[in-house]
Structure formats: C-alpha cells, structure tokens
Design a protein around this ligand. Structure first.
Ligand code: ZN
Length: 83
C-alpha cells in the first residue's frame, strides 16, 4: 500500500483547501409561473421546462380527493345527527 513519505504541512493543506468552495447558483424567473428557479432545471413549482410539462404533480389531486372525502363524511354525519 502506498504511504505518504512525509506529513502534509498545515500550510500545504490550507493552500489546497482554498479551492474548496460552493459555486453561486444562477437563479432565474420561471416564464410560466414566475417563481424563482435554477436556470436549465425543471421548475419545482409548476414542473415545466421550456413549455414542456416534465413533472406531473399528483399530490395536489390526492389532497383534493382527501378534502372531498372529508367534506362528504362531514355531510353524512350532519345528516345522521339531524335524524
Ligand atoms: Zn414554474
């Protein structure tokens, strides 16, 4: 197994680490929903990229179904309670 011949000095180590940094994201406005998004990425808000629907959100539909179910149940309870 290869073993380093000598210890890396603090100076050498720190000089190497000067290149460790995060790049700044290029944030643009979505042309469809006008929310902020990363350029050249699919919009997380509406799921569109260049007028093409990439992500079809199903969660919203499920939520709506749940709400509708709750409302239906509440109506049933009210009707049952009224009798
Ligand atoms: Zn969008």
């Amino acid at each position: 197994m290869a073993v380093p011949k000598s210890k890396t000095s603090k100076s050498k180590r720190d000089k190497r680490r000067t290149h460790y940094r995060l790049s700044i994201l290029n944030i643009t406005e979505c042309p469809r929903c006008h929310s902020k998004k990363i350029s050249h990425r699919v919009c997380e808000n509406c799921g569109y990229y260049a007028e093409n629907e990439i992500i079809v959100f199903e969660r919203k539909d499920k939520k709506k179904e749940k709400v509708e179910k709750r409302e239906a149940d509440q109506k049933k309870r009210r009707n049952e309670g009224g009798k």
